[in-house]
Write a protein that binds this ligand. Structure first.
Ligand code: THU
Length: 157
């Protein structure tokens, strides 16, 4: 028997100003994207912004539905929109932000498991690391690749 470890490195920033310009632009786009959230059931508003290899930013926001499973998270809304509109481009980075009643969460909101799996798929499709930026009002986290938030990724088929 051998004991093994998985190590996760990430960066924590205390404000948007600390981010590199491209990351700051994406983080701000995620915050702006919250405006498109339709969350009458949870009251939890989420915005996401994906940066593509052509430099474009594609946004998404959570969309809820009375038949609960029919809704979709902000991150997947952004990634599927990017995939549908720009099929030849890679998603190089994605940022998300969330809040309720008009204010951002202090600690960054973290993506759900299904969104992580979809990130993993687009990262695998592009063959390049996809960075993930989680924005809170008091902290911002940056993970350099999806593997860091989804260790032991399933991509075997
Ligand atoms: N939500 C997202 O948009 N992204 C996530 O990664 C987790 C959760 C949304 C789904 C639902 O509309 C609301 O947040 C509460 O779960």
């Amino acid at each position: 028997m051998t004991e093994k470890n998985i190590r996760i490195d990430y960066l924590e920033f205390s404000s948007m100003e600390e981010l590199a310009p491209e990351d700051r632009e994406l983080a701000l786009a995620a915050v702006q994207a919250i405006k498109g959230s339709y969350a009458p059931y949870s009251g939890f508003n989420v915005g996401a912004a994906a940066r593509l290899s052509n430099g474009r930013i594609v946004i998404g926001a959570n969309q809820e539905n009375a038949a609960f499973p029919s809704g979709l998270c902000a991150e997947r809304t952004a990634m599927f929109s990017a995939g549908a509109s720009y099929p030849g481009e890679d998603i190089l980075s994605i940022a998300l932000a969330a809040g309720s009643d008009g204010s951002l969460t202090h600690d960054p909101a973290t993506p759900c498991g299904a969104c992580r799996q979809v990130m993993a798929q687009y990262q695998s499709k592009s063959g390049k690391p996809m960075s993930v930026i989680m924005v809170g009002s008091g902290k911002i986290w940056k993970f350099e690749k999806v593997d860091d938030i989804l260790p032991l990724i399933f991509d075997s088929i």
